[in-house]
Write a protein that binds this ligand. Structure first.
Ligand SMILES: [Mg+2]
Length: 303
């Protein structure tokens, strides 16, 4: 049983939804008999250091409260300490893609129950080496996704939108723009299972099944099987993209002749500079190298 948790809240997640509904979440936790210590982020990236501070504070678990970006920042804090306590997540942001693999993304009551019961599952972890915006080699960890091409370009576009365009439809607007531009990326992929080279619309390396706010891109992914599911899509026509996208939401896109799916423990993406996307955020550029660390993250998970 978990009695005492540290929470890292990103109040701006979900365009402010997280901050608005957090008082309700807090009273659900208190009614369940869980004591809480809350740290609130004031700027992007701060959740990482707040997670470290809470983990050193004698709590039974550190829980992210926000969206997938918050999950990733908290994860990258706890990994520095090699997970002295389990990690958990309250999905009150926009996407909550990682919690979709746990089956609790839409149900706050279930998320609170999972925290209270304190059962953990040891989740695989991707260790991603890449090039940051200052041109330096950097390392980021992810429990859900890594993406190049379409997802990175959409996310980059959303983050750089100004004024009236920013809002509920910004993501859809960016998707439409990128489909219209339809610019592929040139990638050279190396894995122990083989090498691939060419023009691709997108590449994903996945631990969880979902990305981009509910796209079931890796329906066969298992969070602790020791493999990442790597999916890449050869250059599509606009029409092919429009036909494939609804299938991807359902996870029925794998038979498409331009979709390749492999399971691997290691992946190098080393060609020209392309944007790199991790759990809702564009973090830098390729070349990138991903190594899978098997069953590394004790995550509060439904039984
Ligand atoms: Mg896996």
């Amino acid at each position: 049983m978990i009695k005492n948790i540290g929470i890292v809240l990103n109040p701006t997640a979900g365009r402010g939804k997280a901050g608005r509904i957090f008082p309700q979440v807090l009273s659900m936790l208190h009614e369940a008999g869980i004591k809480t210590l809350v740290e609130i982020t004031e700027f992007p990236g701060q959740a990482t250091e707040l997670a470290v501070r809470l983990a050193k504070n004698g709590v039974d678990a550190v829980v992210s409260a926000g969206g997938d970006g918050t999950v990733n920042e908290v994860l990258n804090g706890l990994v520095q300490l090699d997970f002295p306590v389990p990690m958990g997540a309250l999905g009150i942001g926009t996407g909550n893609d990682f919690l979709k693999s746990a089956g609790t993304a839409k149900d706050l009551t279930k998320q609170v129950d999972v925290i209270k019961l304190g059962q953990t599952r040891l989740i695989d972890l991707m260790r991603i080496t890449y090039c940051d915006f200052e041109g330096k080699t950097a390392v980021r960890y992810s429990v859900n996704d890594f993406g190049v091409g379409f997802p990175a370009k959409v996310s980059f576009r959303v983050n750089n939108m100004k004024g009236a365009l920013k809002g509920a439809w910004s993501y859809a607007a960016a998707v439409v723009t990128e489909i219209r531009l339809n610019k592929p990326v040139h990638l050279k992929l190396e894995t122990p299972e083989g090498s691939f080279k060419g023009f691709y619309n997108m590449l994903f390396a996945m631990i969880g099944q979902y990305v981009g706010g509910g796209i079931k891109i890796a329906p066969m992914a298992v969070v602790d099987d020791g493999y990442m599911d790597v999916l890449f899509v050869e250059q599509l026509t606009r029409w092919e993209t429009l036909k494939l996208l609804p299938k991807a939401f359902k996870g029925t896109h794998l038979p498409h002749p331009k979709v390749t799916h492999i399971k691997t423990r290691e992946l190098s993406v080393n060609d020209t500079q392309e944007l790199v996307y991790v759990q809702g955020e564009v973090i830098g550029f390729t070349p990138a190298h991903i190594e899978l660390l098997h069953q590394k993250v004790p995550f509060l998970w439904p039984s």
